[in-house]
Design a protein around this ligand. Structure first.
Ligand code: NDP
Length: 311
């Protein structure tokens, strides 16, 4: 049976929940599907210190529980489930959930966020979950007192290297260029930390190990020289990609897959479809900016439904 709704929200990070709070308060009776990782990227982080309103800071997972509670209290219908296909050929817009049922929606807010990128080498994929991880905060604890490695040179890699340095005996950090992309303050912290060793101009040649990670073979891209280091875990922190694959062919996106919205709004190229948060933002990518755009998307949806006489 097909269910009908005024406002369907896909995704449960700060953008999705904020859209749900606003849409519920505007009496749009929104339904929100949480996706594969309820709460989104903030559920795999530790302390958030830069979200206004939490003067003492807050743990990321707790913050998302708070967001969900607030959306529920306002009357949003929050559900488990993954959007698996869409049909935006006409109004009402159609979204398939869990490959089994279709929802018909007068408006859709896409807040599906972004996911970690991988190096895509065979050994990394094979040992994923057996010492290879894209989340130091989730998995670092399992390697307490041991040597680990991390690849990446952005703020995420620095943050995770610092996190690991407090748990593990040594952190080997692979940087593919002669400089880091991370902010100066994060770089300084990393470079001043005694048990983090930075390998400049270095790439991952192979993750070593049969059933679990036992080492890493790295390659200096300038000299071609290879070296092996003994480690128990390998963390990948090389950025993210937007979760937009189900919208290919329907919505305009850039060459990296970020959805394109009209400047100053959350409108996509399809009437009634709005996008908010990291799936359309490769510049700011902050919880607070995602929440702000979730608010904008709900207001845009409300105005659209009003103008069309759908609400
Ligand atoms: P970034 O895109 O900023 O950095 C990715 C890093 O991975 C770059 O150093 C890049 O190298 C490296 N990289 C990419 N592909 C490979 C590869 N195949 N092999 C080796 N290295 C690779 O991603 P982040 O996730 O670090 O950050 C995303 C955004 O979030 C940024 O805007 C960042 O500032 C922000 N952020 C802010 C935080 C904070 O303020 N506390 C915390 C975390 C993130 P190269 O430089 O050579 O391209």
């Amino acid at each position: 049976m097909t269910e009908k709704v005024h406002c369907l929200i896909i995704g449960s990070g700060p953008a999705g929940y904020t859209a749900a709070i606003y849409a519920a308060r505007a009496n749009l009776k929104p339904i929100l599907y949480q996706g594969l990782q309820p709460g989104g990227q903030l559920t795999i982080t530790t302390e958030v210190e830069n979200y206004p309103g939490y003067p003492e800071g807050i743990m990321g997972p707790q913050m998302m529980i708070d967001f969900e509670k607030q959306a529920t209290r306002m009357g949003a219908d929050i559900r488990w489930g993954l959007a698996t296909k869409v049909d935006f050929s006409q109004s009402p817009l159609k979204v398939e959930i869990d490959e089994e049922k279709w929802i018909e929606a007068d408006s859709v807010i896409i807040a599906t966020g972004a996911s970690a990128k991988w190096l895509n080498i065979e050994s990394e994929q094979r040992l994923n979950g057996h010492g290879v991880s894209a989340c130091a905060v989730c998995d670092g604890f399992f390697f307490k007192g041991q040597e680990v490695a991390i690849v990446g040179a952005g703020d995420t890699a620095c943050e995770e290297a610092l996190y690991l340095s407090k748990i593990c005996s040594k952190v080997h950090m692979l940087v593919r260029r002669g400089e880091m992309r991370a902010s100066k303050v994060m770089q300084d912290r990393v470079l001043k930390t005694e048990n983090i060793q930075v390998y400049w101009h270095s790439e991952t040649d192979e993750v070593l190990g049969d059933k679990t990670v036992e080492g890493l073979r790295i390659r200096n891209v300038q000299t071609g020289e290879k070296q092996e280091i003994k480690i128990k875990a390998f963390f990948v922190a090389i950025g993210h990609e937007p979760n937009s694959s189900i919208f290919k062919g329907w919505l305009d996106m850039d060459d990296q897959g970020y959805l394109i919205t009209q400047p100053g709004s959350t409108k996509t190229n399809v009437e009634g479809v709005f996008a908010a948060g990291d799936v359309q933002d490769k510049i700011y990518r902050q919880a607070v900016s995602a929440a702000g755009s979730g608010c904008m998307a709900a207001l845009d949806a409300e105005r659209y439904l009003g103008a069309k006489g759908l609400h």
